[in-house]
Design a protein around this ligand. Sequence first.
Ligand code: FNR
Length: 421
Amino acid sequence: SDIYRAGIGGAKPVVPVEPAVLERFARKAMSAEAFAYVAGGAGSEHTMAANRAAFDRWQVWPRPLRDVSERDLSVEFLGATRPTPLILAPLGVMEMVHRDADIAVARAAASLGLPSVLSNQASVAMEQVVDAAPAGPRMFQLYWSSSDELNASLLQRAEQLGCEAVVITLDTHLLGWRTRDLDLGYLPFTRGLGIAQYTSDPVFAGLVRERAATGGPAASVRITPKTIAAGVSIARKGAALTGTGLRESLRSPLPRAAVETFLDVFSTPAIAWEDIARAREWTKLPIILKGIVHPDDAIRALDAGADGIWISNHGGRQIDRSVPTLEVLPTIADRIAGRVPIVFDSGVRSGADAAIALALGATEVALGRPYAYGLAIAGEEGVAAVIRHVLAELDISLGLAGLTAVADLDRGALREVVAAP
Ligand code: FNR
């Protein structure tokens, strides 16, 4: 309500409130490459559009005269009461968006009591993020590597840092066909961005050395004029993309070997259900499987011992013409029947959107691009502002629907739009 009051009191918000305006402002604050990477989706972006369109099928059904003066946004998630049903989804390569990257995101989330998810493709090593932002619940998101040792090491680091759960992302065993990035001749990862979790990992360091010893591209790690030139070139591109100075970027030019090794071990198309059982052996942390969109897979996830599922199509970044997440949420929620929590994302842009997803069965709603836009415009404060806007609108929508608690949001609060025959 402070935002609402500030709004009608004439104070200007830190970042634009309207999602499309937010995106427009963010575009101006970013390099063309950074904006393409964040805003883009797979192919001709049909999935991205379908994610949004799916919300048009549902309307919040207002019920006045129910005394909603006290409202409660809290939810139960992984055995704890959370002040709000919002999570910040893991976003990699945030150094392209703002120099404070993951640290700004973690601080903003913690300041509002939201769990944040440390991305496997983060720009800052998880230990550094926790140092800089010690408060707040957090999770670690893992892309299943072709190296078992690396998977186990990353999970162990997350556990040692006090992460409350691990999120295994299942929809990126092949990187999507990202047309905007491809047209700019750019793949962030081949420039050595977003690989801080690897370069801070002892197992990864061993893999780079091994690659060098077997004469792979890592052999060129020897310092010669050529490798120095290659290092400068990577640093220069990195500096241009991240908006940092070349000198700053040069301080830690990544050896090409590290980039090559990363490309080898980042995610593997060989991941299969059996691997989830192995992850179960490697960590005591609750496991949440992200990227579930088929009801049968939701059940399979339960059978595999998952402690939660995360319905997502990666914000439409993986398959063009994929299934829009909101359309499958009700069926999956029915099949799960409350046995484990359901996180929902892809296409949520506002508090009203969040209300619809919660009413259709999500336990928690995750936000992706909107907070990256806040980060681009105003760093930590911008991320916090985006979160506050979504929460304020959710709170208002709840009250106007005649409800006093998020826990009471169900399909009874919605009207389904039935297309004319
Ligand atoms: C992502 N996403 C993502 N997911 C993940 O598991 N690990 C990651 O490192 C990333 N990185 C990433 C970067 C960027 C720039 C975007 C936009 C997305 C997917 C993310 O967690 C989430 O599923 C979507 O962003 C949700 O969709 P919306 O809210 O962006 O529509």
